[in-house]
Write a protein that binds this ligand. Structure first.
Ligand SMILES: [Zn+2]
Length: 416
């Protein structure tokens, strides 16, 4: 590679792109602001701000609120600009072992559509599952767009290792899927010209959703445990998701809690999810899988001995697995998400007991065990919110969007 001197026009475009992003992210972070305040906060001059705001209004990302920034103050009113609600949105899609989910969220954070469908996705081949997901997504997007909202992109949450660079699911043990180009397969099925499409691991998206809109808004260092049939983990360090070298980090469900334990779907023995995954806990509690978490909750509430014993065993296993994470990372809190959320009152005791026994710093630090805020909707909400944040970080993405022709575009917000 040789250094190429920057072409004047392309570097100007790059600066404009970065400036659009600064304004959009400022309004997203701070709420409605006047052009004068945006100029003050970004350091851009007023005419630059006016031109950037005009472009963001044009793209539908910002809207005039009609409100004065300082009502009652003497002088010319300073009208504020905010993120636009009900104009542009993104879809979140989720494939999990026992359900499909779709939601659509607008830039102001309003949930415009939400749907969850029970489905035995691990039972067959991926083709029909992706057909059904694409159908759900198409119907939801069409319904929202008929109300005048533009859906700019879709994020897909998957319960396994994903390679975001090319949209490939590497392996999802509980689905029995391996080496599947989910991004390309869905792009082919969605008849949505110009739609941005991206995929991510469901536990990572759940952790981000909790950090942005859920129970971890006040936390910078935390672990979010996502309990489904399997168990996923999302690790946030210094406010950023920690993905590891290959993007495969956070696989808490496959931390070993009993080397001689039951065989896991991944091929190893005694992984955490063989004891604390939803299927394992229901089995231990004697609750039929179809009755699900609601039945387990009812039995736990009623004080049924077998249900309480199953939850106690799951809590101790969780505590043992989390010991490794807490000893290494020293997080402020662990969030219990997915099916685990309503069981936090029963799990907290055994988890805390194991951490107290096994974490060296436990006498001086303490790590809070907290119920997640978005529970089972976290991953799909995170998938939609991730696309919206990606667009706010680079509004030029949609400026270049072909609306009349072209195909769905698989893309990866690598580094975000
Ligand atoms: Zn495993």
């Amino acid at each position: 590679m040789t250094d190429v001197p920057p072409d004047g026009r392309s570097s100007q475009r790059a600066i404009r792109r970065a400036n659009l992003s600064s304004v959009a992210r400022l309004v997203a972070a701070e709420g409605p602001r006047s052009r004068a305040t945006i100029a003050l906060r970004t350091g851009f001059n007023k005419s630059t701000v006016s031109s950037l705001v005009a472009e963001l209004l044009d793209l539908g990302l910002l809207a005039e609120t009609g409100q004065d920034e300082h009502p009652g103050r003497v002088g010319r009113p300073a009208r504020t600009i905010s993120l636009s609600g009900g104009a542009v949105a993104a879809a979140g899609l989720e494939v999990n072992v026992d359900h499909l989910a779709v939601c659509i969220v607008d830039l102001a954070g309003q949930l415009l559509h939400s749907e969850r469908l029970v489905a035995a996705n691990g039972a067959g081949s991926p083709g029909p599952v992706l057909d059904e997901l694409a159908r759900l997504a198409d119907t939801a997007i069409a319904a929202v767009e008929s109300r005048g909202v533009r859906v700019l992109g879709a994020g897909v949450a998957l319960p396994g290792l994903v390679d975001r660079r090319d949209g490939r699911l590497v392996v999802a043990p509980n689905l029995g899927w391996r080496e599947l180009p989910v991004g390309a397969e869905l792009a082919r099925r969605l008849d949505r010209p110009g739609l941005l499409l991206t995929i991510d691991n469901e536990a990572n998206l759940a952790a981000l959703a909790e950090h942005w809109d859920g129970a971890a808004r006040d936390l910078d260092d935390f672990v979010c445990v996502s309990g489904e049939v399997g168990i996923g983990g999302g690790v946030v360090i210094a406010g950023e998701l920690f993905r590891g070298t290959h993007g495969f980090g956070g696989e808490l469900g496959h931390v070993v809690v009993d080397p001689a334990g039951a065989r896991c779907a991944c091929g190893a023995r005694g992984c955490l999810e063989t004891v604390a995954g939803q299927a394992a806990v229901l089995r231990a509690a004697g609750v039929p899988p179809r009755a699900g978490g609601a039945e387990l909750l009812a039995r736990a509430d009623a004080g049924e001995v077998r249900a309480l014993a199953a939850l106690d065993a799951a809590g101790h296993a969780l505590g043992i697995a989390l010991t490794a994470v807490v000893n290494v990372l020293d997080p402020e809190a662990v969030l219990l998400g997915g099916y685990l959320t309503p069981f936090t009152p029963w799990l907290e005791g055994p988890v805390t007991a194991e951490l107290g026994r096994r974490v060296l710093a436990s006498a001086w630090s303490g790590c809070e065990i907290r119920a997640a805020g978005l529970a089972e909707g976290a991953a799909v909400r995170g998938a939609a919110a991730g696309v919206l944040r990606w667009i706010l970080a680079d509004p030029a993405l949609i400026a270049a969007m072909p609306h009349e022709s072209g195909a769905v575009r698989y893309a990866s917000p690598v580094g975000r």
